[in-house]
Design a protein around this ligand. Structure first.
Ligand code: ACO
Length: 333
């Protein structure tokens, strides 16, 4: 059974309600049909009758709940919630209504916030920024977390590194600027995400172009400072750094460069030192090693909302909905 089949089985065992706000894209309907057929989640699609007729034609989405954002009996409740949450930012009922009708991702996040859905998935036809901004503004971070970050669950074929080829790579999607504190927090969240999705124990490598002081630069110091903060904040976590990628993944190199480290050579959770490194790194592995890259999955939000790549297939939406449903199961505990 591959990684995604295990996640689908978990999603099926305790069905959650997931909103798909992109009714202006056929892939949403193809995915919804598949999700309903596989019994993975209760699906809500936000769209007008015209959008549903135009883009949903030919797909069997019997069983999905359709919310027309212009004629929804619950709409006033969502407008009130929007104003309550954003009054200090100048939100008014008129602006709230306009925003929700113009951008259904706001509608989806308000449904989550009001308890009418457990999570949302979008991004097949919206940029990462536009997909996650409503979640950052309305759902906010979990208690004790300062920043949302984005990881990919990488499934690398024929690979004996990591957890039989399974890895978490982070942050590959969200934070354009991070200091040592944020990097340490990303490490803690990524370890939790790895454990949640794979069931295996995380071994976290804080990546750099230096291993244990082999190079000196502010960029290296940022990572070694993050290691010290992470050890203090998550003393139980199996984490080491700063490590070069080969020292993190290859046992002989790891033991040569960082002797005695429990992580060097065996890392399964890779924390990159910048968004450039993380984003380029996951795409390299996806393209050259033909890895499955599930994500970006957001971590640190109070409720699960996930992004898609604009080049995604309907099958990717199905997988992301299953991951979101499993995140929602754990958030409910
Ligand atoms: N965690 C938590 N909250 C955040 C974060 C974060 N990482 N970033 C911003 N916020 C909050 C802000 O505090 C603010 O809250 P407020 O309105 O209540 O005060 C709100 O979100 C909006 O903040 P802005 O700074 O206005 O956010 P902005 O829209 O400029 O940027 C964003 C946020 C969209 C995440 C931005 O950092 C971004 O574009 N990141 C890069 C995304 C990207 O392009 N990734 C690469 C592609 S992904 C891929 O290849 C699969």
């Amino acid at each position: 059974m591959g990684f995604i089949d295990v996640i689908k089985a978990k999603a099926r065992a305790d069905k959650k309600t997931i909103v798909l706000p992109e009714s202006m894209d056929k892939r949403t309907f193809a995915a919804a049909e598949q999700i309903i057929k596989e019994d993975l989640a209760n699906i809500v699609i936000i769209g007008t009758p015209e959008e549903i007729a135009e883009y949903g034609a030919g797909y069997d989405i019997t069983g999905a709940t359709i919310i027309d954002p212009f004629n929804d009996p619950n709409k006033q409740k969502y407008i009130d919630k929007f104003v309550e949450l954003r009054a200090k930012k100048g939100m008014t009922p008129e602006k709230a209504q306009e925003q929700m009708e113009k951008d259904y991702m706001f509608y989806a996040c308000l449904m989550c916030k009001c308890g009418d859905a457990d999570g949302a998935v979008s991004g097949a036809c919206h940029s990462t920024g536009n997909t996650i901004r409503p979640a950052l503004q309305l759902l906010k971070t979990k208690p004790g977390i300062s920043s949302v970050s984005g990881f990919f669950l990488m499934e690398v074929p024929n690979c004996d590194c990591g957890e039989n080829g399974l890895f978490v790579f982070a942050d590959c999607a969200v934070n354009t600027d991070f200091d040592a504190n944020k990097l340490a927090e990303i490490a803690g969240l990524s370890a939790e995400s790895f454990k949640m999705l794979t069931g295996a124990e995380p071994k976290v490598a804080m990546l750099s172009y230096s291993t244990k002081g082999s190079a000196k630069h502010d960029d290296v110091t940022k990572v070694s400072d993050a290691v010290a903060i992470a050890h203090e904040r998550f003393p139980e976590l199996c984490l080491d750094g700063e490590l070069q990628l080969d020292a993190a993944l290859v046992p002989e190199v790891g033991q040569l460069k960082s002797p005695g480290s429990p992580v060097a050579g065996y890392a399964n959770t890779l924390v990159f030192p910048s968004l450039e490194a993380g984003n380029i790194g996951y795409k390299l592995v996806q393209r050259l090693a033909k890895a499955n890259a599930y994500g970006p999955v957001l971590q640190g939000l109070s409720m699960p909302v996930n992004d898609l790549s604009r080049g995604c297939f309907a099958e990717d939406i199905v997988g992301t909905v299953a991951i979101t449903a499993v995140q929602a199961q754990l958030a409910a505990k």
